[in-house]
Design a protein around this ligand. Structure first.
Ligand code: FMN
Length: 472
């Protein structure tokens, strides 16, 4: 898919695009429509295209990734998926590794850079010309909610792309809500050490592979545009952008600006994906230097709030996509699940085949040490007979396999998600570790763990057949 327009055509051809021709208010009404779309179905809601947004001639598209089927179609047949699925066997069979090393796709993942095309773009005077929405009644103002924020490391030149919301302070200034552990914040910290400002390119609207890759928690230093090339199956086309980081050649709207890493300003509140308004906090300030828009541009936005919304679908998809990486380093793990009700970062369930005493704890520590999973507040580990995606089974196992004084631990003074309003300090709190696996004698259980109740399968199959022929 070469750009956002192509993607919208694709969605329309599958009946996943809803055109809204009514006159719509960017204040709250875009949220109300999108929230309604998300209530239709948890993982299969439609993308909304608002063509008449009050105060702007630019149409707005929301809920671009509200369909899990679409994300699967876009990514799961990709070479990256094949590579990830094969990780365990790659480790075992050296032969396979050479096949993958020899792949053209990996060699070609480096983005292709072309000369600037900004001459073909129209320059806008200020942010006032964009249809930026105020999402929830208690929001501090208007927020850009799906910006691809691109920075280059001032130390080694590596590129990072992340989606960080931007609160509009005035028509040439916004907030930059990159959390301390995120790539953009790390680049800004490097700039601070060098006593420099950092130039930032912000892109609103690109092809779906670029947009989803921007949200993917890749290790800092691993270029999201190289990753999008791998999952797309063709190299990402970037264009030069003067002194600012390169931007996708298919960008709808480009905002060039800079952040002075010593400058901070109160950001929020914002109705977040936790279902609460985020607490006001000091965040960096983004100064707009220039805004460019393609001919008849499309403005992309995301609406989050009480789960579920689009972010839950994206999060679920990305996590399942990257799960082989977690499993490859922890052979005993069977499944890992971040329930959207747990706001992703606040709750993580793991199922495993325990092989030795204490292995559940080993697994918990290792998951908590992995990238953005370090934000996890509550982690619970289960045996592999528990389907951790079934919350009824999870509740049953927690009730019947946990003896609190032995199986529950609290780790204090640990990292936390800055969106977690329950901690006394921002981004610093504690973790709850729950070992809900069946305990063995070596693990201090002094009795014989009882068997779970079940009937022989041959019998239940037989009854199932008879059951269908019963008449009332
Ligand atoms: C709609 C949406 C909004 C997001 N807003 C923020 C945000 O304001 N701040 C933040 O740090 N992460 C936010 N994220 C999550 C980051 O984009 C995500 O953690 C990404 O992996 C960050 O990239 P990085 O690891 O390269 O920094 C948001 C994600 C989505 C889907």
């Amino acid at each position: 898919m070469k750009d956002l327009r192509d993607y919208l055509k694709y969605l329309a051809s599958r009946g996943r695009l809803l055109n809204i021709y009514n006159d719509v208010d960017p204040e709250l009404e875009i949220t109300a429509f999108t929230d309604r779309a998300n209530r239709e179905s948890v993982y299969e809601s439609k993308t909304l295209m608002f063509s008449h947004v009050r105060g702007s001639s630019i149409p707005v598209v929301t809920n671009l990734f509200g369909s899990l089927s679409t994300l699967n179609e876009l990514f799961s047949n990709s070479y990256a998926n094949e590579l990830l699925q094969n990780l365990p066997s790659i480790k075992a069979q050296a032969g396979k590794l050479s096949v993958i090393r020899g792949s053209k796709m990996l060699i070609d993942s480096k983005p292709k850079v072309i000369e600037s095309q900004l001459g073909k773009y129209e320059q806008l005077k200020s942010l006032d010309e964009l249809p930026i929405a105020k999402c929830w009644p208690g929001d501090a103002g208007k927020f850009i909610t799906f910006p691809l924020v691109i920075t280059d490391s001032p130390m080694d030149g590596s590129t990072n792309v992340g989606v960080y919301r931007m609160q509009v302070f005035d028509n040439m200034t916004t907030g930059m809500h990159w959390q301390a552990q995120k790539g953009g914040a790390i680049h800004a910290k490097e700039a601070k050490e060098l006593g420099k400002n950092i130039n930032v390119s912000v892109v609103i609207g690109s092809d779906p592979h670029n947009m989803v890759s921007a949200v993917t928690p890749l290790p800092t230093g691993l270029n999201e545009f190289a990753f999008s090339g791998i999952v797309r199956g063709s190299r990402t086309m970037l264009m030069k952008n003067g002194k600012y980081p390169y931007v996708p050649a298919n960008s709808e709207i480009i905002i060039n600006g800079h952040v002075d890493p010593t400058e901070k300003r109160l950001e929020g509140p914002f109705g977040d994906h936790t279902g609460y308004y985020s607490i006001q906090e000091e965040y960096p300030v983004f100064h707009v230097d220039a805004i460019y828009a393609k001919k008849e541009p499309i403005y992309a936005a995301s609406v989050v709030g009480f789960p579920w919304h689009e972010d839950a679908v994206i999060g679920q998809f990305i996590f399942d996509f990257l799960k082989p990486v977690i499993k490859a380093t922890n052979e005993s793990i069977v499944d890992v699940y971040l329930p959207p009700e747990g706001i992703f970062t606040n709750m993580c369930f793991v199922s495993m085949k325990k092989r030795f005493p204490g292995e559940a704890k080993k697994v918990m520590f290792s998951v908590l040490g992995l990238g953005q999973l370090s934000y996890t507040k509550i982690i619970a580990v289960f045996d592999d007979d528990i389907d951790i995606r079934n919350l009824r089974k999870v509740a049953w196992a927690l009730a019947t396999r946990v003896e609190p004084q032995r199986d529950v631990q609290i780790i204090t003074n640990a990292t936390a998600d800055s969106l977690d309003h329950t901690t006394n300090y921002s981004a610093f709190g504690s973790k709850l570790l729950i070992d809900a696996t069946k305990k063995t004698r070596e693990e201090g259980y002094s009795r014989d763990w009882p068997d779970t109740i079940s009937l022989p399968k041959a019998l239940t199959d037989e009854v199932e057949k008879k059951w269908k022929s019963l008449k009332g």
